[in-house]
Ligand binder design. Structure first.
Ligand code: GUN
Ligand code: ZN
Length: 484
């Protein structure tokens, strides 16, 4: 029994890992499709055949269902849904956030989740609306925390309990909640009440909330982003350290005639072609899909394929160390995602701590790339270089004998000794034609070098076209024209 999480590869604050629940283990990051027993566009068995190892369903719906309640209690959830992977059950908190109340208590829903054989149980947390004032958020958080403590007390520390983290949009409350959930020993922590933020494209607030929780949550906890189902934001959320997503979006979008892609959704009525490699899209034209009698099901299948493919792409990116490139690509799909991405880039210093040492490559993708963790880490390392009395930083790569040391220059990283030419990140970074932003950033590296070596004299030799930037960044440093 119990829940255990082990991380394998990491990139930024994201990781691939293994979540073990009882005797079952699933790969993370993972997507848990949401199953509504009354409305199965795609059956759990079909979903399992697509490679899905875990799904989530709503225990409250089962508990209120004349059709399913007794069957679930008698036969168990896995039999009723015909799925032998991991099944997580939600408590009814979502109904609480929509309808304001539910006719079930915390311990009642947990006993029910246990009795129907759920693999992961969720207490009755209170999803605080982002509009709630501080006092309300604080009161609701206190109730949630009380219920989590009650759950641990009644069911013991080995029960497969999730510990949802609430706190509204107040970062200090989210930090407090993360700390308390950690202190209570929950190894599995969903971040709650983020659906309204995502529905209104408030990705900047989402980044702020998730990063606040991650600051205090133990890194060994498996983090589930509750209700996150649009594939365009998985890369961003993974980069912050979210391990699980649950998607009702695949089915809800299908009902509304929406076709998901990794860079946004389209109304099926507006599509002239189907830009996707999945089976549905390769065997139908846009017109055929539009008028198909089982259009909702076909759309749900496509949406699920796209969503699952994105999870695989993210796992591969983490393995390769190319998650920043993927986040950059995805976050250009919507201006609000770009805002979220920029908010993430503001947190380079804390992200650098969990980032890995070496990666397959670093592709420069414009100004945003200048804020990446690898540059911050490289430039911090520069202060440890041992240098003589006179140092030349040669933009053109040419040696001059009159100096004790000659360093070369690769923007956006900055100066480097020839011994680092083949090592990460200097050797594995691909940059286009130099631009102002990257040269300016590289000059910050020279600045760190100068400040950390007060006994050395520094000279920069560069093409005259960079002289103005060098002087702006480095003040009255000696600059030579490298064309002479
Ligand atoms: N589903 C989406 N958001 C939430 C949340 O905050 N809590 C629970 N229990 N379920 C959710
Ligand atoms: Zn498709």
């Amino acid at each position: 029994m119990g829940i255990a999480f082990e991380s394998l590869y990491s990139d930024i604050a994201g990781r691939t890992g293994k979540l073990t629940v009882g005797k079952k283990t699933i790969k993370t990051p993972a997507l848990l499709p949401v199953i509504n027993p009354h409305l199965q566009l795609v059956t759990p068995k079909e979903i399992q055949s697509m490679g899905v190892e875990a799904l989530i369903t709503n225990a409250y719906v089962f508990s209120q269902s004349r059709q399913f309640r007794e069957r679930a209690l008698d036969e168990g959830l896995h039999k009723v849904l015909d799925f032998d992977g991991v099944i997580m059950t939600d408590s009814g908190s979502f109904q609480l956030s929509v309808y304001g109340q539910v006719s079930i208590t915390n311990t009642e829903t947990l006993f029910f989740q246990r009795d129907i054989g759920s693999d992961i149980w969720v207490p009755l947390d209170i999803p605080t609306s982002p509009d709630a004032d501080r006092q309300t958020a604080e009161q609701e958080l206190a109730i949630t925390m009380h219920r989590l403590a009650e759950a641990r007390e009644v069911f013991g520390k080995d029960a497969p309990l999730a510990g949802p983290v609430q706190g509204g949009i107040f970062n200090d409350l989210r930090e407090r909640a993360g700390r308390q959930v950690t202190d209570l020993g929950f190894p599995f922590c969903p971040i709650g009440a983020v659906v309204p933020l995502m529905e209104s494209y408030r990705y900047q607030d989402l980044v702020s909330v998730v990063m606040a929780v991650k600051r205090t949550l133990t890194p060994s906890a498996c983090v589930h982003l509750f209700g996150a189902g649009h594939p365009s934001m998985f890369a961003l959320a993974t980069a912050m350290g979210c391990d699980l997503f649950d998607s009702a979006a695949y089915a809800l979008s299908a009902k509304e005639g929406r076709y998901l892609t990794t860079h946004g959704s389209f109304k099926i009525d507006e599509l002239a072609d189907l830009p996707c490699a999945c089976n549905v899209c390769r065997t139908h034209t846009a017109e055929e899909l539009r008028i198909a009698p089982d259009r909702e099901r076909l759309l749900a299948l496509h949406n699920l394929y796209v969503t699952l493919a994105e999870i695989s792409r993210i796992r591969q990116a983490i393995f390769d160390g190319t998650l920043w490139e993927l986040v950059d690509e995805r976050c250009r799909g919507h201006p609000q995602l770009l805002s979220g991405y920029r908010e993430l880039l503001n947190r380079t210093i804390s992200l650098e701590k969990s980032d890995r040492i070496s990666k397959r490559r670093f592709f420069y993708r414009g100004d945003e790339s200048c804020s990446r963790t690898e540059i911050f880490r490289y430039q911090q390392m520069l202060s440890r270089l041992q240098l003589g009395n006179s140092v030349l930083v040669a933009f053109d790569g040419g040696m001059r004998n009159e100096f004790n040391d000659t360093l070369f220059f690769k923007p956006p990283f900055g100066p480097y000794p020839k011994e680092l030419k083949e090592t990460f990140p200097i050797g594995q970074s691909e940059i286009p034609e130099w631009d102002d932003a990257m040269v300016r950033k590289g000059c910050r590296g020279i600045k760190i070098l100068i400040e950390s070596h007060p006994d050395s004299r520094f000279v920069v030799s560069c093409n005259p076209c960079w002289e103005a930037i060098v002087r702006q960044e480095l003040g009255n440093i000696e600059v030579r024209n490298d064309q002479i």
